[in-house]
Design a protein around this ligand. Structure first.
Ligand code: FES
Ligand code: FES
Length: 154
């Protein structure tokens, strides 16, 4: 049965093995390579996207379970040529992350701030528990997120 869903605001229909991970659909069929294939076991957070507004690892979501869902990837977070508030805060606060972990962190923190607009430092740490940076660059990330509160844009 064809799978119909919305991808970055566009309605699409997929005729595909329903067991195919969303991550592979994004990367291999749609050229959306922001979600990264790293552990493929749900541990690293590099493949995080939004499904119906919630940040989840796309490597663990078979496409067949996503009938009617709205998927947003890091490519669709903001209009072309613009950045969302988390991306902008990372730049403003010199958060230097690699391309493997950066997109997943942006997706996780965007969802988190939608639900928790005025988080504490500890809450931000807890929100990032599923996004692994092997370089331990977390402090600047947390500072950047806290800055959004200070600037009143969280
Ligand atoms: S690749 Fe999906 S959580 Fe690591
Ligand atoms: S900066 Fe990406 S894993 Fe550390």
């Amino acid at each position: 049965m064809p799978i119909e869903l919305t991808l970055n605001g566009e309605a699409i229909t997929l005729d595909i093995d329903p067991r195919t991970p969303l991550l592979d659909v994004l990367r291999d069929r749609h050229g959306l390579t922001g979600a990264k294939a790293v552990c493929r076991e749900g541990f690293c957070g590099a493949c995080t996207v939004h499904i119906d507004g919630q940040a989840v690892p796309s490597c663990l979501r078979p496409i067949g379970l996503l009938q009617g869902c709205s998927i947003v990837t890091v490519e669709g977070l903001a209009p072309p040529g613009t950045l969302n508030r988390v991306q902008q805060a990372f730049i403003d606060h010199d958060v230097v992350q690699c391309g493997m972990c950066f997109p997943g962190m942006v997706m996780t923190l965007t969802d988190f701030l939608d639900r928790e607009p005025t988080p504490t430092r500890d809450q931000i740490k807890a929100a990032l528990v599923g996004n692994i940076c092997r370089c331990t660059g977390y402090e600047r990330i947390i500072d950047a997120v806290l800055s959004l509160q200070a600037e009143g844009v969280a």
